[in-house]
Design a protein around this ligand. Structure first.
Ligand code: AMP
Ligand code: MN
Ligand code: MN
Length: 330
């Protein structure tokens, strides 16, 4: 990666100039893309295309069902086109979070300039240009700032994809990421014709019958560490098989568990086919779970962070409690 010796945060103007200079560009986000990752990829790709640029969106994992209604979702690629001249990473807390698209194109990442647009405070500023604002609600909010700086006319479908990102990362304006900027930007996007009813339905309401049963299984698995105020949940491969649901349909379970009044921290362990566990943490204000995530090689935000940890769940819980006591214990 072409990096300056001292990683620095660049201004909106510098990031906008990077995009003005870019002609053949791919916009990518993190593995297991969430609403903010997808909305940011689509919003920036559509904006750059409206400037006549040869811009494509690409993700290492496929677009989840709940995002397929978004304009351009069907055009998101899983491989990169040839002859790229620039790369934009959005909502990626580190370049390795881009996944296979990074692993399989490391030479390209070394050769072309990389713009890093993100809001994770753990971001190591891996880009040639880093437009990183840890106080932003979402990367989609940063993409809105970029499109505005580039004087791009935001059409209703583009407004919808950006609203999708903001609503996703703020948990529908309920969690700690719900800043004035989130509300102001969402207001502008609704004014530009964003389909806020559609966003709310696809993000929070719509679910398959199988998913509702999987949620039941996960909620049935929870354990409370009353002293530490931690709720543990497990999603096993067996639960996926017995319900017929997919792992991506667990999106939202951790937030649901965070509402448990006896708890301040949620640790949800989702079993991968190889037995490793995807840890999803959520916390009440005052508990910084990103510190635990970092200790396990992951990252994220204070109130929402994750990592991949070794199984089985019993051993993972012990290791997590140990890390909690060491890092956050009184
Ligand atoms: P999740 O629980 O998967 O929704 O992730 C919560 C937050 O933590 C998101 O902002 C992710 O970007 C971040 N995150 C999750 N897993 C990782 C990881 N392995 N490394 C860095 N950040 C992560
Ligand atoms: Mn994300
Ligand atoms: Mn985000």
């Amino acid at each position: 990666l072409t990096q300056t010796a001292e990683p620095v945060v660049h201004s909106l103007g510098e990031a906008a100039q990077f995009l003005r200079d870019a002609r053949r560009v791919a916009v990518m986000a993190h593995v297991n893309p969430d609403a903010d990752a997808i909305g940011s990829v689509l919003g920036l790709t559509r904006g750059l295309q409206s400037l006549g640029k040869d811009a494509v969106g690409a993700l290492s994992d496929r677009v989840p069902e709940y995002a397929l209604f978004l304009a351009g979702a069907d055009a998101i690629r899983s491989t990169l086109p040839p002859d790229l001249e620039a790369i934009v990473c959005v909502d990626a807390a580190g370049v390795d979070r881009v996944g296979a698209l990074y692993e399989e194109n490391r030479d390209l990442f070394d050769r072309v300039p990389v713009l890093n647009v993100d809001h994770h405070h753990t971001n190591p500023l891996f880009g040639t240009v880093n437009f990183v604002d840890a106080l932003a609600s979402s990367t989609a909010e940063l993409v809105f700032r970029l499109l505005t700086a580039l004087e791009i006319q935001i059409d209703p479908p583009t407004a919808t994809v950006l609203l999708f990102g903001i609503v996703g990362d703020t948990g529908s304006f309920q969690n700690g990421a719900t800043t004035a900027g989130a509300l102001e930007t969402a207001g502008k996007l609704v004014g530009l014709g964003a389909d806020n009813q559609g966003v709310a339905y696809y993000l929070f309401e719509r679910k398959s019958f199988a998913a509702a049963r999987l949620w039941g299984e996960i909620v049935g698995s929870i354990e409370l560490d009353a002293r530490r105020k931690i709720v543990f949940g497990v999603m096993s491969q067996r639960m996926l098989q017995s319900t017929g649901a997919t792992a991506e349909e667990t999106e939202g379970v951790a937030e649901y568990l965070r509402g448990i009044s006896e708890a301040e921290t949620v640790m949800l362990l989702k079993e991968n086919p190889d037995g490793s566990l995807r840890l999803s943490m959520r916390s009440r204000p005052g508990v910084d779970v990103s510190r635990i995530a970092s200790a396990f090689g992951g990252g994220g935000h204070r109130q929402a962070a994750g990592a991949t940890v070794d199984g089985p769940p019993r051993a993972a819980k012990r290791a997590l409690v140990e890390a909690y006591d060491r890092l956050l214990g009184a």
